[in-house]
Design a protein around this ligand. Sequence first.
Ligand SMILES: Nc1ncnc2c1ncn2[C@@H]1O[C@H](COP(=O)(O)OP(=O)(O)OP(=O)(O)O)[C@@H](O)[C@H]1O
Length: 332
Amino acid sequence: MTSNLVELRDLKVSFDGVQVLHGIDLDVKRGEAIGLVGESGCGKSVTWLAALGLLPGKARISGSVQIDGRELVGQPRSAFEAVRGGRIAMIFQDPSSSLNPVLRIGRQITEALALHRNLKGEAARTEALRLMDMVGIPDARRRFDLFPHEFSGGQCQRLMIAMALAGDPDLLVADEPTTALDATIQAQILDLLIALRRETGMATVFISHDLGAVSQVCERVLVMYAGRVVEQGEIGALFDAPRHPYTRGLFDAIPRLDGERRRLIPIHGTVPDPRRLPEGCAFAPRCSSAIDACRHLRPDLTDMADGRRLACLRPVGEARPAAAPAVLEGAL
Ligand SMILES: Nc1ncnc2c1ncn2[C@@H]1O[C@H](COP(=O)(O)OP(=O)(O)OP(=O)(O)O)[C@@H](O)[C@H]1O
């Protein structure tokens, strides 16, 4: 029996014959906070939608998704439904995808409580008010009977989190939960996610293109590019010394939280179309460190001596593999 809450192994996804995920390995332990970062289109959302059985029927999925040791790939939708909402909840950028505009908010939360925890009547109402209070909705008792449009964007996001908590989940997957909000509200929602994890002990997967936000919430981060993980490690280590030129590019494009003033450098170019991935490393056409070998050989994600994992032939600074990479020997 595995000790991981979630284990993804060699997870691959294609739509209409176009592969968009190329073999993702990922573990989530109980209580930990993991970040998935990368620009739009790198496969962050598809990874989790696949793991939770939320992709449309045309998606072809292979590899393994284990939740609490139970294999889900190849199982009917009902097997996924059993873990969703209950053990694992997912929140999205747009609260309207989770909140029903024509139902009063209290009713939506109590319905979720009835579904996931079999709470009814006064017990459900009391718990719904507790959850609204927990996510920072002031005056919850009075606002219990309001409709979603009577709350601000940030409050709707809080209500969506309350709905997610109704199942008392072991894991909350938050997909760009702050992207649509202005900066002050963003910071409040990040603080809320951090506080909830502390209070409930639930694991958190935080999906974002914003490494700054990820570094506030998460302990470990996976950097994705063109449907693959290119660097993975403790957030502090990646922050102090990113080794993949793409990770460094993401850091260079964000303002420093410590106030250090420097020029922000955007990564030039765009993420490749999955139908036309370049040969070799998919980042090579945008990488100022790329050499000829990068355009022909695609490095595997390799365990490094310092504990991180890296897929790069031309890392930034010193990067020593934990063991000699047999396949690429002599390539440089
Ligand atoms: N339902 C779908 N049908 C076809 N292609 C899809 C579908 N969903 C996602 N894709 C493609 O899969 C790739 C990965 O998309 P994904 O949404 O996972 O990226 P992302 O990194 O989460 O980006 P974003 O931050 O914009 O959500 C993209 O090329 C996208 O166009």
